[in-house]
Design a protein around this ligand. Sequence first.
Ligand SMILES: Cc1cc2nc3c(=O)[nH]c(=O)nc-3n(C[C@H](O)[C@H](O)[C@H](O)COP(=O)(O)OP(=O)(O)OC[C@H]3O[C@@H](n4cnc5c(N)ncnc54)[C@H](O)[C@@H]3O)c2cc1C
Ligand SMILES: NC(=O)c1ccc[n+]([C@@H]2O[C@H](COP(=O)([O-])OP(=O)(O)OC[C@H]3O[C@@H](n4cnc5c(N)ncnc54)[C@H](OP(=O)(O)O)[C@@H]3O)[C@@H](O)[C@H]2O)c1
Length: 464
Amino acid sequence: MSPERPLRVAVVGSGPAGFYAAGQLLAADPPVEVDMFDRLPTPWGLVRLGVAPDHPNIKAVSRVFERIAQRPGFRFFGNVEIGRDLDHDDLASAYDAVLYAVGAQADRRMGIPGEDLPGSWPATAFVAWYNGHPDYHGIPFDLSARRAVVVGNGNVAVDVARMLALTPEELASTDTADDAIAAIVEGGIEEIVVLGRRGPAQAAFTTPELIELTELAGADLIVDPADLELDPASAAALEDDTAIARRNVEVLREAAARPPQGRPKAVRLRFCVSPVAILGDGRVEAVEVVHNELVSDDRGRITAVPGGTREVIECGLVLRSVGYRGVPLPGVPFDERTCTIPNRGGRVVGADGAVLPGLYCAGWIKRGPSGVIGTNKKDAAETVELLLEDARAGTLPRASGGDVAELLAARGVAAVSHAGWQAIDARERALGEEQGRPRVKLCRWDELLGAARAVESGGRALLP
Ligand SMILES: Cc1cc2nc3c(=O)[nH]c(=O)nc-3n(C[C@H](O)[C@H](O)[C@H](O)COP(=O)(O)OP(=O)(O)OC[C@H]3O[C@@H](n4cnc5c(N)ncnc54)[C@H](O)[C@@H]3O)c2cc1C
Ligand SMILES: NC(=O)c1ccc[n+]([C@@H]2O[C@H](COP(=O)([O-])OP(=O)(O)OC[C@H]3O[C@@H](n4cnc5c(N)ncnc54)[C@H](OP(=O)(O)O)[C@@H]3O)[C@@H](O)[C@H]2O)c1
């Protein structure tokens, strides 16, 4: 590291990976200056716009992020998209190192006929909509059908199924976007069918999230006991498998043994079924599924193999929750197979496998779209450790350009500073207080930028 001035690092993305990386950089000795960029005027990534609104305790991790943002040497540049407002070369010349923590911004496709029929949505869009993401405001989610089908067996599938099943009272105390509350409360959905392509012992959801489905005020959890008769491979795997799979199967068995309580809605978990087509004349009317058999492959992984039986499940809404997907950034290497930035421990590598000096990544764009918030702390620490090691070894290219704030102003980009975000935050919390909710989210770009602009002052403002 150079004695004459602190190291300057750009962190792109203000989700958990970006904030944990920033915190570790700011705590380094000697401390590092961090500028954090996000394409949204609001920070926190999926903590604000992914984590389910009825899980306020999880969202409370944002307090850690806010403490990081208060440290000397930190600046936030919201409403700045890398690839649109600034490109990688701009960052590379203004900073000694650039760390990408841009998450996974798209959805994985299923590749079946009818996937794009109106009424079939990626869960990514539904989640962003109910969380008040400004890009998804005003999407006409039609929740008037009697039955919805959720494809996938991960925690996101559980989140979206649960959100559809919440009662007006359960929704009222959350920061769910107002449009979404109205649509869920006024919609007609009575049954939410969740489809797992493999068996209950292979489900990706975790036990506390499954237990929540058994405790819903307005919906019964329905599981067919026949679906819980394990094939020999699953039964054997369960013997030496993780505690999660064993606990999941126990909870499912308890749920299957319990008679329905007559609640107004039902969440029905189905296993060993894969959608082969989404059917409908101009919009979703049904999902055609094939019943699978489970077989162990040569590496001992239990996989689903389609059998001969097919079934048509009528429904008016399909939410495809089969995983998120990273997208490439112009000028930054990208692995099309894994949809991640190719890297070794967070050091980005080029097409020839050689490390690209000064270029790093962390979080979902580094390792793929899996893992909970805390997973990103360890992941970011690995990257930051290597970055600091490179700084000490003198292998980082030294920044030669000026301050990006000037560059952004010259380009007419109205960046939102941390003070601007705090103004948005204060406005949302004040609106929430009136209604006994943690916040009422501003869900439109103009509202968000307007709230930020209203208080930018005293030279801290980056907005014109
Ligand atoms: C629906 C859902 C619910 C979840 N619920 C939980 C939960 O309850 N508990 C839990 O522990 N984990 C949960 N997770 C997992 C957790 O959210 C992730 O592990 C974590 O958010 C990944 O962090 P990240 O920083 O890599 O990405 P993200 O959180 O996605 O952050 C990426 C950030 O980069 C920004 N960005 C993207 N592209 C650009 C660009 N070109 N220029 C500038 N900025 C850009 C985005 O706007 C975003 O703010 C959930 C995940 C999902 C999808
Ligand atoms: N409360 C929480 O802690 C919480 C909440 C939400 C998300 N998260 C975390 O965020 C991460 C992402 O969650 P996620 O649910 O998006 O991903 P995930 O855990 O990877 O689950 C994806 C699911 O989709 C299924 N799937 C994939 N392709 C499919 C296809 N073509 N047809 C049918 N099913 C298909 C997978 O089945 P296979 O297993 O057969 O591949 C799996 O059940 C996870 O680590 C999750 O734990 C945590």
